[in-house]
Design a protein around this ligand. Structure first.
Ligand code: HEM
Length: 534
């Protein structure tokens, strides 16, 4: 019996109480040498003034919001942000619907309620997504994901046709083939070595190949999918919250840029081949083909002049946005089914029904539609352990978020998704995984869709959500037909893994909270034993 380990995410969110300023010990080194007294006292006076100014500005911005009365000079809550805990987040969220902290002089407002979270996500004239400095270096500054306002809306509209039902149905056929190929490999491995194994890379590799084939089809040679998959990890680690921001040789950002160059070379080639294939009358076989076909239709009204490089950058942005979140969602799905075998049984029964009694029958979009229990399970697993718990935004101007508080311009505002997804009014017994709550159209879960923030809300709401859900559903459904797996509980395997936020949303220069370090960099945890079904 082989096993797979799941990996937890740690986002950094300062939470503990900082020591008051007057506790800071004065060093005996601060004794001036004779003759340097004036300079010494002038320097001390300037430093003291700056420190007082820092505290004054913090208190002025914070006003009546809950949060520390003083901020630790210069670094603020940085130390806490290096070792985040779910308890720390909870403490901050529980302190108020809005609460304040400061990290490296970045003023941060945490929003814990659904009302405030949605308000932030749906106020593009006041707040926009926040990115780590290295994201622009890695993803390239002219990538569409950095657009804001109308330019962003217009560009995104052009991409919607890549996620229509027709397109998604075509993707399902590709997903089927890749998933089965990987499962055969998993089972082969499990036969050779039945010991517990980490599931992280296993799930990630499956997702990577699925995404690359869905996006680029056969326009990528096998060696390309392997090279991109192998090198992509360098990109994930370079987008951690705390990283040296310049792409100097030897740094993570440098390695990520090298990986991006390798990936872009192949993705540009795929775009070129796709254009040639469609021009020669080939059938649409992947997302790029769909895009090329759309923009060459005589009735098409939008922009047509997408270069190979621009198309490659869009595909690259999709890979970037999807890898960690989708892998995380998938791993939690496996974990939940291993922990609650009665749910797995229900999925199996349903799958046998929708497949007409043939477990090997490949799923279609219609069969996925008909898999009501499976879909409810996927919705619920993503709710209980959301791969993304919060997404940092920054205010572009003063943001009157409530009647009595205005977030100052250039602050960070961080809407929590977790609280909305665990609101006991909407989801009674919120920590318990109950797919049934989604099966009653009149139940409170279905009656309060605004609480379901797994994929965000507003103009930046996840564009790939249908594809993500269908892929997680398909992988789990096929797994239920082809294998057994179990969760080998370790001391950390039942801890929360709910800290992931996509790294593309990392805050720039200074590392504030929350960190968006990937779910996959702090492995621990779930071990799953695998067995092929007879
Ligand atoms: C379980 C899997 C996934 C989760 C939980 C997830 C979650 C999210 C969240 C929370 C956001 C930010 C929303 C906001 O700011 O309001 C987002 C944005 C985005 N996601 Fe996903 N995502 C997933 C999979 C995917 C996939 C598979 C793709 C691509 C095929 C994708 C592409 C994107 C893009 C491009 C954005 C930025 C959209 C924009 O700025 O307009 N995501 N996602």
């Amino acid at each position: 019996m082989a096993s797979l380990k799941d990996h937890s995410v740690q986002a950094s969110m300062p939470s503990s109480t900082s020591p008051p300023l007057y506790n800071i010990p004065m060093s005996s080194l601060l004794v001036p040498a004779p003759g340097t007294t004036t300079w010494f006292y002038t320097t001390v006076a300037i430093l003291m003034s700056l420190l007082i100014l820092e505290q004054t500005v913090y208190r002025y911005k914070k006003r009546h919001l809950p949060g520390d009365k003083w901020t630790i000079p210069i670094i603020g809550k940085f130390a806490d942000s290096m070792k985040p805990t779910m308890e720390g987040y909870m403490k901050q969220w529980n302190s108020g619907a809005l609460s304040a902290i400061s990290v490296f002089n970045i003023f941060i407002v945490m929003a814990s309620t659904n009302e405030f979270a949605r308000k932030i996500l749906n106020s593009p004239t006041h707040a926009e997504p926040c990115l780590v400095h290295s994201a622009k270096t890695v993803l390239l500054p002219d990538n569409w994901v950095f657009l804001t306002g109308k330019a962003h809306v217009d560009y995104r509209r052009g991409l919607n046709s890549l996620f229509t039902r027709k397109a998604l149905s075509m993707y399902v056929d590709i997903q089927n083939v890749i998933t089965r190929k990987h499962f055969a490999e998993w089972l082969e491995e499990a036969k050779k070595d039945p010991s517990a194994k980490a599931i992280m890379m296993t799930a990630r590799n499956l997702n990577m190949e699925t995404s690359l084939r869905v996006f680029c089809g056969d326009h990528l040679p096998d060696e390309a999918t392997k090279e991109i998959s192998d090198k992509y990890w360098a990109i994930t680690v370079a987008l951690e919250l705390v990283n040296f921001p310049l792409a100097l040789p030897g740094t993570k950002v440098y390695r990520a840029c090298q990986a991006r160059k390798a990936a872009m070379k192949w993705l540009e080639l795929a775009a070129k081949r796709s254009k040639e294939a469609i021009a020669n009358g080939a059938e649409v076989g992947c997302m790029l083909d769909q895009w090329v076909k759309d923009i060459t239709e005589p009735s098409y009204k939008g922009r047509r002049d997408f270069s190979d490089r621009e198309m490659a950058m869009v595909v690259f942005s999709f890979l970037f946005a999807s890898q960690d979140a989708m892998s995380s969602g998938l791993i939690y799905g496996f974990q939940h089914l291993a922990d609650q075998p009665e749910l797995l049984e229900k999925i199996r029964e349903e799958q046998m029904r929708v497949r007409g009694g043939d477990p090997n029958r490949p799923l279609t979009m219609e069969m996925l539609d008909d898999s009501h229990y499976l879909r409810a399970f996927v919705k619920e697993t993503l709710r209980v352990k959301p791969p993304v718990t919060m997404v940092p935004y920054k205010t572009t101007k003063a943001f009157p978020i409530s009647d009595d508080y205005t977030v100052p311009a250039n602050s960070m505002v961080i809407p929590s998704f977790y609280n909305s997804l665990h609101d006991p009014e909407v989801y009674p017994d919120p920590d318990t995984l109950q797919p049934e709550r989604w099966l009653d159209p009149n139940g409170s879960a279905n009656q309060n869709p605004r609480n379901y923030l797994v994929f965000g809300s507003g103009p930046h709401k996840c564009i790939g959500l249908e594809y993500a859900v269908s892929n997680i559903a398909l992988v789990l459904a096929d797994a239920s037909m082809m294998m057994e797996w179990e969760h080998e509980v370790t001391p950390v395997s039942d801890k929360d893994h709910r800290y992931l936020v996509p790294s593309r949303r990392l805050q720039a220069e200074a590392p504030p909270s929350p960190s968006m370090s990937s779910n996959f960099q702090r492995s621990n945890v779930v071990t799953l034993g695998l067995n092929g079904l007879p």
